[in-house]
Design a protein around this ligand. Structure first.
Ligand code: PAF
Length: 286
């Protein structure tokens, strides 16, 4: 399905567009992204297209979720390619706001704070990251008046936090999680993959291989956190350019981290730097 996707850059204009759509009885699906769209994002846009009358994709590299030493400046961007992909998936609007239109009073004004869940896993090495995510997503939900918002399970902690946030704040938008999409060789799709050298790209396969090794042990009866974590760690550490930030096993709903024995329902999550590129991945063990 190819449609003419309208670009909107101004927050007020998006709000008016959404208001009109809502007034005419249409449901709205939002796909928040940071752009440089890949097949994982497209699966979210297609799901939104199936579910809602109007589909809005947002394309915004949100400065408040990056730490001072992180890759905000080098995060890949390609507006024209994103527009073409939105058109091919039938998105009605591509919202590409400026920082000023989304943060009219500067970047340190009103925040949506995330407590415990935001300080573990990725939050432990990225202080303030989930506060930035929760804040920008709240703005996007308000502006788009979305009935449904779609997020990928690759960012599993983010999805869990946003579900909790919507519940805590009484937000009417239904948060919908969609399965993680992998390249044919198993690498989780990410806009950051493009920054890997060909050799690092090969080494990055150790993330999904490590997760699979842990899952196999779990399925063969292993329940020790230490043993399962070690299985993944051995494979990842065998690559010369990898630096593990964390490998954890957690409850899939609460994200409570297991420290000793793994119960029947569990997810392994990890973050690894491959060269200068920070990658995340996760896999249900059950
Ligand atoms: O997952 C992302 O791309 C971002 O964290 C999000 C949800 C678009 C907020 O900036």
């Amino acid at each position: 399905m190819t449609v003419q996707t309208q670009i909107i850059r101004d927050a007020q204009k998006l709000s008016e567009f959404a208001h009109q759509a809502q007034k005419s009885g249409k449901t709205i699906g939002l796909v928040p992204t940071m752009g440089y769209l890949h097949e994982g994002h497209l699966s979210l846009i297609r799901a939104a297209r199936q579910k809602a009358d109007v589909v809005i994709v947002s394309d915004f590299v949100n400065p408040t979720q990056f730490g001072p030493t992180e890759d905000y400046a080098t995060y890949p961007r390609d507006e024209q390619a994103d527009l073409e992909k939105c058109q091919s998936c039938g998105a009605d609007v591509l919202f590409i706001p400026t920082v000023e239109t989304l943060y009219p009073n500067g970047q340190d004004s009103t925040w949506v704070e995330v407590s415990k869940m935001g300080n573990i896993l990725c939050g432990a090495t990225r202080p303030g990251h989930f506060r930035g995510v929760a804040t920008v997503v709240t703005k996007l939900l308000w502006l788009s008046r979305a009935d449904y918002a779609f997020f990928g399970e690759k960012d599993y902690q983010q999805l869990t936090i946003l579900r909790r946030m919507a519940q805590d704040l009484g937000c009417p938008t239904k948060i919908i999680g969609m399965p993680l999409v992998r390249e044919a060789d198993g690498l989780a799709m990410s806009s950051r993959n493009v920054r890997l050298t060909p050799d690092q790209r090969k080494q990055a396969l150790s993330l999904s291989q490590g997760l699979k090794a842990a899952r196999e042990r779990f399925q063969n009866g292993a329940r020790s956190v230490r043993e399962l974590t070690q299985a993944a760690q051995d494979i990842i550490q065998a690559q010369k350019d990898t630096a593990i930030q964390y490998i954890s096993i957690a409850d899939p709903d609460s994200l409570d981290i297991f420290t000793d024995t793994v119960p029947e329902h569990a997810i392994m999550l990890l973050a690894v730097k491959v060269g200068a590129v920070r990658l995340i991945d996760n896999m249900r063990l059950d």
